[in-house]
Design a protein around this ligand. Structure first.
Ligand SMILES: [Zn+2]
Length: 348
């Protein structure tokens, strides 16, 4: 981020002449240029986002956008790439910058390629905050089931499974007992996690549902709404006008990852518990915990404590183990996918 202020200076100084240059600069097809120097192009036509990748180094760019992101760390002002007849075109100076960047970058050792460095499991509620409460009378006996207890059991089980399978990753929980944590505290734990240079963290929030309609039942997985613009970068790091652009570039990436994790988890949950509980599908929302965590994040609603049949299932440890295994299997598929595609999953 240090380079940014200098670049901004350049940007403001040249903003008048830049427009003229961009008009007269000759544009070349990116795919041909990339092929010539052995650089792979991943292209997400829906988002208009592309990534050039070679030897573990990358340049991320967006069409009609003057900012390119190098190695997920430094930003530079470039001539905005554009689409001509369905293909990506870049200016000659952008192409030269691409050639120089990859030509001067030493290959990254395989162990420092993008990978999942940490997984933070967040069982909802706790302590004085019980979450949803299901009150039911079964065989003349009244029982109560608390969301905070059910989600903690699932989280602990998931933690054990992840810890066994991924000794190389940091696996955490926001709470491992009946403690109250504010939403802000949960987000802080997530954002303070120390990561290596090429590591990403996944944030997995676990909740149970409740509804006035006692018939409502089933599981669902929520991901971050693509329309929501988060402030990922700190305010003092860059000019106010440029921040939304930088944020949106990073956010597109996180949204794509969040949707994929959500989809993998939903499918695996369906395999584990789909016969006993209805699959309510993927949901898109601006959950507080999810939207304030600077990382791919999902929120899983494992079932309705307000539904008597489902409350009985959620009170059964064997059923909760199936729920935890469903989440685990989904995460495992995502991790394999993420690490094989070197951290970029769009457009392949
Ligand atoms: Zn909840």
């Amino acid at each position: 981020m240090k380079h940014l202020n200098r670049l901004l200076g350049f940007f403001i100084f040249c903003s008048v002449c830049f427009f003229v240059n961009a008009q007269s600069a000759s544009f070349v097809p990116l795919i041909e240029g990339a092929n010539q120097i052995g650089v792979k192009l991943y292209w997400d036509s829906l988002a208009g986002i592309g990534v050039l990748e070679k030897d573990g180094h990358s340049i991320q760019f967006k069409t009609e956008d003057q900012i390119a992101l190098f190695d997920y760390r430094t930003f530079e002002i470039v001539d905005a790439p554009k689409i001509v007849n369905g293909s990506v075109f870049v200016s000659n100076s952008f192409m030269t910058r691409v050639e120089n960047f990859f030509g001067n970058s030493k290959p990254v050792a395989p162990d420092s390629l993008f990978k999942i460095g940490a997984i933070l499991i967040d069982p909802g509620h706790g302590g004085k905050d019980t979450g949803a409460i299901g009150k039911h009378t079964v065989n003349g006996k009244s029982t109560q089931i608390y969301e905070k207890d059910v989600v903690l059991k699932v989280a602990e089980d998931l933690y054990k499974q992840l810890k066994t399978a991924y000794s190389d990753k940091k696996i955490y929980m926001t709470r491992n007992d009946d403690t109250f944590l504010s939403l802000e505290e949960r987000v802080e734990i997530a954002n303070k996690t120390q990561l290596g240079e090429h590591e990403a963290i996944l944030y997995i929030s676990i909740h149970a549902n409740s509804a006035f309609d006692k018939k409502a039942s089933g599981f669902e997985v929520w991901y971050l709404s693509p329309g929501y613009r988060r402030t990922i970068l700190s305010e003092d790091a860059a000019d106010k006008e440029i921040l939304p652009i930088l944020n949106s570039m990073l956010e597109e990436e996180f949204t794509t990852e969040s949707i994929l994790i959500a989809k993998f988890i939903l499918d695996s949950l369906n395999t584990e518990i789909g016969k006993e509980s209805p699959n309510r599908g993927l949901k898109e929302e601006e959950w507080f915990v999810v939207r304030n965590a600077n990382m791919p994040s999902v929120l899983i609603e494992i079932g309705f404590v307000s539904n008597q049949k489902e409350a009985l299932l959620l009170a059964d440890d064997k059923y909760l183990h199936k729920v935890a295994s469903g989440i685990y299997n989904g995460l495992a598929s995502f991790i394999t996918h993420f690490e094989q595609s070197r951290g970029f999953t769009s457009g392949q």
